[in-house]
Design a protein around this ligand. Structure first.
Ligand SMILES: O=C(O)c1ccccc1NCC(=O)[C@H](O)[C@H](O)COP(=O)(O)O
Length: 212
């Protein structure tokens, strides 16, 4: 099975183009004001217009309300929604309301954290296993934190899934070999500073994925 990749938190035409040129299957647009990657609706619309049909636009949210979601879907021409810190009931509501592909982020630090994945079976289309960020952290994702991939050993995934958290061009091949992920997601591992994507790192990450 080919390995695919989502480059998350893109905010400029140049870095978006680098992700598309490098073969990303998904591009992520963050809609969360505290994030250095947050996009205004205007910026999202400009970027969305550059994305070809074969690349999926994923909107990233933290327990959003309906108005936030609807304006972002329109502006970003979103194909999928990635929801952090959002309950299974709320994910199901959003799915019913939008009809879009829904990804539920599950924050992982211990094996017990994986149990949350099963609570989304009736609501989400995909689980994104992401590293749990510290309680004091400003963001629930995009912090370059990695979890112990061995936690996924022998775990029966309840639905399609993706691996995230602390991936970068140097460790993504090992992560894929270790976990057998078929979709990987990266943000800060392809940045030169928080929120500043680096075209060279994006290309290196996608090359590392493509060579597997
Ligand atoms: O990236 C953000 O700023 C962000 C803000 C709020 C919720 C989620 C966020 N990012 C989620 C992602 O999809 C990241 O790609 C994922 O957490 C991995 O990030 P990183 O460890 O930096 O590669």
């Amino acid at each position: 099975m080919p390995i695919t990749a989502k480059i998350c938190g893109l905010s400029t035409p140049e870095t978006l183009d680098a992700a598309i040129k490098g073969g990303a299957s998904h591009v992520g647009f963050v809609f969360f004001p505290p994030s250095p990657r947050h996009l205004s609706r205007e910026r999202a619309a400009q970027l969305a217009a550059r994305v070809p049909d074969h690349v999926a636009r994923v909107g990233v949210f933290v327990d959003p309300d309906n108005a936030q979601i609807e304006s972002a879907i329109d502006a970003g021409r979103l194909d999928a929604l990635q929801l952090h810190k959002t309950s299974p009931v709320r994910v199901a509501e959003i799915k019913a309301r939008t009809g879009l592909e829904l990804w539920a982020a599950v924050a992982v630090k211990t094996r017990t954290d994986l149990d949350a994945a099963r609570t989304y079976t009736a609501a989400a289309d995909r689980i994104l296993y992401d590293a749990k960020t510290p309680e004091s952290a400003a963001l629930p994702g995009g912090m370059g934190v990695r979890f112990d991939w061995a936690l996924l050993d022998g775990f029966r995934h309840p639905m399609p899934w993706a691996l995230s958290g602390g991936l970068d061009p140097d460790n993504v091949a090992e992560a894929i070999r270790r976990t057998r992920a078929t979709l990987v997601d990266v943000s800060s591992g392809v940045e030169s500073a928080p929120g500043i994507k680096d075209e060279t790192k994006i290309a290196a990450f996608l090359k590392a994925v493509a060579t597997l």
